[in-house]
Design a protein around this ligand. Structure first.
Ligand code: ATP
Ligand code: NI
Length: 364
């Protein structure tokens, strides 16, 4: 094989940095068990950006918190779940070992930068503390490194601003400071949960550009979570579309927007402002994301789906290969395309029972 490999083939051959399999995170309440994340699987390879997109309540943040080991009672990551990072299984780690992963391997940025900043300490002190705890750097060296970090996230006059408090920073600058603090831990993976949602559009674009730049410089992998399809299109290499605790479509960003297959993805694309609405307001999807409280025995999107038919209420759709080259799957009973309804349902039934099905379809 040639030594000159494309990015795509490197990814096929290399190991994923993060590998999530059958992730199930539930919340036990008095009345029911909420299946907030219900059998979610995806990979993130070094240096790439993977998006998770879906409406409010679809389980995006719980997915992120599960990976970070931040699910507290009454939440529980069920035993069958697997989260492998750099080859290490995280679900079985002790609290202390998980803290180390958060301090070095995986960094996280949230929607609200205040969540990560302490109002009573200067920005400089907080970055220096991160440097000391996670890399053992102290004193003048820490100050120099903190200045470099603030500069690298595009904060002008960095040396002086180290002595300022979070409230002296604007929203966008605070988010940059949080990113600098996260970089102090030299992570391989950044999990960004709606990091730009609270910012106005210009600032949002600047933060996205900053993340792309840092990614290139540091070969940082990014798991980017948002409900905004425009942001997903801007930043992702590959996308997972989430609905009611499950991934309903996985695709490269090009395929997702040019050849969306799942009716939910299509509805999300149609609801992008200005895309199809001709400025007449948002084309929102009617109805709400259900709160799943039982294992899926039907398609959870069916009640809102314009293409639903009888079987959608009676069986859970499996992920079907819908692409030609790179991974592209949709969990929908409309696929495989070109098969009769009876054949399609048989296909999903066989996949559900674990049979090895030729997803290219023998019925062509
Ligand atoms: N601590 C908790 N206790 C009970 N249920 C919870 C808890 N945290 C989350 N959930 C439930 O889990 C589901 C998924 O929530 P999650 O926050 O992951 O959604 P999301 O996709 O991030 O939405 P948003 O876009 O609003 O942030 C929701 O139904 C929510 O009510
Ligand atoms: Ni969320």
């Amino acid at each position: 094989m040639s030594r000159e490999r494309t990015a795509e083939s490197v990814r096929d051959e290399g190991e994923p940095l993060l590998s999530v399999r059958n992730l199930q995170t539930v919340f036990h309440t008095d009345r029911e068990t909420i299946r907030a994340v219900d059998d979610v699987s995806f990979d993130v390879y070094p240096g790439e950006t993977v998006g998770i997109v879906g409406e409010s309540g679809s389980g995006k943040s719980v997915t992120a918190r599960s990976i970070m080991g931040l699910v507290d009672s009454p939440g529980e990551v069920l035993a069958e779940s697997s989260i492998r990072f750099n080859g290490e299984e995280l679900t079985s780690l002790s609290d202390a070992a998980y803290r180390d992963v958060r301090g070095s391997g995986i960094g996280m940025v949230f929607q609200d930068p205040q969540q990560s900043l302490n109002p009573v300490y200067t920005i400089g002190n907080q970055i220096r503390e991160a440097l000391e705890i996670n890399r053992g750097i102290t004193g003048a060296e820490a100050t120099a490194e903190a200045t470099d970090l603030l500069e690298s996230v595009g904060i002008p006059d960095a040396k002086r601003r180290l002595d300022e408090y979070p409230h002296e920073f604007s929203g966008g600058m605070r988010q940059r400071a949080v990113i600098a603090m996260m970089l102090a831990c030299e992570p391989d993976l950044l999990i960004a949960d709606e990091p730009t949602t609270a910012l106005d559009v210009t600032i949002q674009a600047q933060i996205l550009d900053l993340l792309k730049e840092l990614q290139k410089e540091r070969n940082l992998a990014i798991l980017f979570i948002t409900h905004d399809m425009g942001v997903i299109a801007d930043i992702s290499d590959r996308v997972n579309v989430m609905y009611a605790g499950q991934i309903v479509e996985k695709a490269s960003v090009e395929n997702l927007f040019e050849r969306p297959k799942h009716p939910y993805t299509r509805a999300l694309i149609e609801s992008i402002p200005g895309e199809h609405s001709r400025g007449e307001g948002l084309n929102t999807i009617e109805g709400e994301v259900p709160t799943p409280n039982a294992p899926a025995d039907h398609c959870r999107f069916a009640p809102r789906c314009p293409q639903a038919f009888g079987a959608c209420d009676e069986m859970a759709p499996q992920h079907i290969d819908v692409g030609e080259t790179v991974e592209h799957t949709a969990a929908c009973l409309l696929y495989p395309e070109g098969e009769t309804e009876t054949e399609r349902l048989e296909h999903h039934r066989a996949l559900a029972s674990g049979e090895d099905v030729d997803t290219e379809g023998e019925h062509r």
